[in-house]
Design a protein around this ligand. Sequence first.
Ligand SMILES: [Zn+2]
Length: 190
Amino acid sequence: MLAVLLLDLVKYAIHRTYHSVPFLWRVHQVHHSDPDFDVSTAVRAHPIEMIFTQGGYLAAVAILAPPVLAVLVAELASCFQSFFNHANASLPGWVEKPLRFLLITPDMHRIHHSEEVEEQYMNLGDIFPWWDHLFRTYLAAPAAGQDGMIPGLKGFQNEGSLGLAFMLRQPFLPEPRADSLPEIPAASAR
Ligand SMILES: [Zn+2]
């Protein structure tokens, strides 16, 4: 269990690094620029992010040399959590409130996908919420409330920013990168 916790801390640290280093944040913006927070958001990431994340994580595994079973459990839990966290669903309060002490819930991770910059720096954990509590990056609720919160990135709420070619170029474009592109029709914007 200790090794699983440690591997989860590695994932927390990698995610926090994406939000702290300017170029890495631009790479990670592809994941955050999804104006719809749902399961597909979990697999929306720039190839550079996938390579860096796997490279960093495997390097940490090589250095820490945890038991094989711990790596297997951590990876399976991380995979499950990746889809569960990004689910476009809210659990009933009597389930969600106690559960978020043990696992990161969709309501908790959705806050991380708020278009408000301060909220994007919160709830960075992968499997367990404890690292966010320990390192003071835990936020219980968005300022606008779960119903009023807008997911995505400001300047990326338009049709042009949803294209594959744009997303692949996104980390290398000057800011703001999508403001001049056509707006998504209101009906499909959310
Ligand atoms: Zn993030």
